[in-house]
Design a protein around this ligand. Structure first.
Ligand SMILES: Cc1cc2nc3c(=O)[nH]c(=O)nc-3n(C[C@H](O)[C@H](O)[C@H](O)COP(=O)(O)OP(=O)(O)OC[C@H]3O[C@@H](n4cnc5c(N)ncnc54)[C@H](O)[C@@H]3O)c2cc1C
Length: 444
């Protein structure tokens, strides 16, 4: 397999840019062997390596990452590790009851695994904490979405609480929201800090992490596999592909994955006076009541007090996105920020970026044994902090012959369904996204 395309995510992400310099890992520069090779150091790759380390303490485990650790999508997302059903293609995030119960159980197993990693590697509460999350509603329609979702959660037997406008203001400092729906089970991470921390922890446990080492060719070598990078090669008995949508570059799940980019902007550091004027709590995060609205977070700690806004989505079958696109969607972030925080009218955005991810039309994962001793932990359907972690853990278990109920459940999922040919897919996906954003109205 010649790898047809390498990852590119436009502009450095604010999450990483506000942190101190990170640990550097070497590039692969020679010929090596390993028992296990994990390709990709996002949530799936790091979770796979950690699970492999638990199952095989003496084996040599290598991770090859095309870029620097935490520079890819794992270090540029909004950091909501969500336990409950969060179906991005439904009106209110809900789905069928039994399927939602199963997904909540699986997502929780992944969040517990990451909580355990955070404790094991001594990560701060800024890198990983579990405060729950709120679906914020700015409009009557958003409130209706929350009520429908609340009824669905009641049917599922899931704890939740409706917040009124005053409670939303107490949390966010903003009078923009009419209400919210709080659920207690989600974790919030500083994504770049969390990913760096887990990578450092694994490295101290003897996992060999090699950065700036994109796999450009993967070929069978008897029962093993040989991966080539521009400067070296590794032969490994078993290989786990944890590259999300780039699994298509390896020749798998072709025309089954919808490649999209999401966009975010980070304010400059707020001054002490601005923090006072804003009010609210120092750290919070809200997802939108309408799936195509704006996700907003306030952070404080390393890098100061800031606000992060994420909205807009675009379809890119070629997995390429320009900095111009980031700048164009940045205008939408400015508008959403101004609507929510009129008291911060002099605060400008300091960092803007985009990041790539993929979905399947039927919401299925690209998971399983692809060929003998070659495994996939890909296609997280936009919720990779939890689902990527889960598929990494379970791909490690599958490759190790380890049985579990969670593994059976993931294996029972369908595979990503086939997409319509281009340009119909582009037209359909883009029309659906633009219409969804239009319908989101002031929730955007
Ligand atoms: C702006 C934004 C906001 C988001 N918000 C959230 C959120 O709040 N919650 C949530 O759950 N998800 C969110 N996501 C999605 C989430 O970031 C992804 O679903 C998640 O990163 C997927 O994890 P992963 O490990 O499967 O893949 P990735 O994180 O993409 O990791 C795959 C890694 O593989 C590497 N790679 C690819 N090809 C090769 C190769 N040939 N050789 C070596 N390495 C390779 C890449 O460089 C990358 O580092 C967001 C995404 C964006 C962009």
């Amino acid at each position: 397999m010649n790898v047809t395309k390498l990852p590119m995510d436009p502009c450095p992400a604010g999450w990483n840019a506000i942190l101190p310099p990170q640990a550097e890992y070497p590039e692969l520069e020679n010929a090596q062997t390993a028992d296990w090779l994990v390709i990709g150091a996002g949530f799936a790759g790091l979770a796979a390596a950690r699970r492999l380390r638990q199952l095989h303490p003496k084996d040599r485990i290598v991770i090859l990452e095309a870029r620097r650790v935490a520079h890819g999508p794992a270090g540029r997302n909004s950091g909501f590790m969500i336990d409950l059903p969060h179906n991005l293609t439904s009106e209110d995030y809900g789905g069928a009851l039994e399927a939602d119960r199963k997904h909540a159980r699986l997502n929780r197993a992944a969040i517990d695994f990451n909580a355990d990693a955070a404790a094991e590697y001594d990560l701060s509460g800024e890198a990983f904490c579990r405060p729950g999350k709120t679906n914020a509603a700015a409009t009557t329609k958003g409130m209706r979405h929350n009520q429908t979702y609340s009824a669905h959660l009641t049917r599922l037997g899931e704890a939740h609480e409706m917040l009124d406008a005053q409670q939303m203001r107490q949390m966010t400092g903003s009078s923009f929201y009419q209400g919210g729906l709080y659920t207690p089970g989600a974790a919030l991470i500083q994504p770049a800090m969390f990913v760096r921390g887990v990578a450092d922890g694994l490295s101290k446990q003897g996992v060999a992490l090699l950065e700036m080492s994109p796999v450009i060719r993967l070929e069978r070598d008897g029962a093993s596999w040989r991966a080539e990078t521009p400067k070296g090669q590794i032969s490994a008995a078993k290989v786990l592909l944890a590259v999300n949508g780039h699994v298509e570059s390896f020749g798998f799940f072709t025309r089954r994955l919808i490649h999209i980019y999401l966009y975010a902007s980070f304010t400059r550091r707020l001054t002490a006076q601005e923090v006072k004027t804003l009010g609210g709590e120092p750290r919070w995060g809200v997802t939108p009541a309408d799936p195509l609205g704006s996700t907003v977070r306030r952070i404080s700690g390393t890098g100061g007090d800031r606000i992060v806004v994420r909205n807009r989505v675009s379809y890119h079958a070629n997995r390429e996105c320009s900095e111009e696109k980031v700048a164009a969607f940045g205008k939408s972030h400015d508008k959403s920020f101004a609507a929510r925080f009129p008291m911060l009218k002099d605060v400008e955005m300091e960092h803007r970026w985009g990041g790539q991810l993929c979905l399947a039309w039927n919401g299925a994962p690209a998971f399983g044994e692809l060929e003998q001793n070659l495994f996939s932990a890909c296609c997280q359907n936009g919720l990779g902090t939890a689902k990527g972690t889960l598929s990494g853990i379970l791909a490690a278990e599958l490759a190790s012959g380890h049985q579990s109920q969670n593994l059976q459940d993931l294996l029972a999922e369908p595979e990503p369904s086939r997409l319509p040919p281009e340009p119909f897919c582009w037209i359909g996906a883009t029309a659906q996204m633009r219409w969804g954003e239009f319908k989101a109205g002031a929730e955007l």
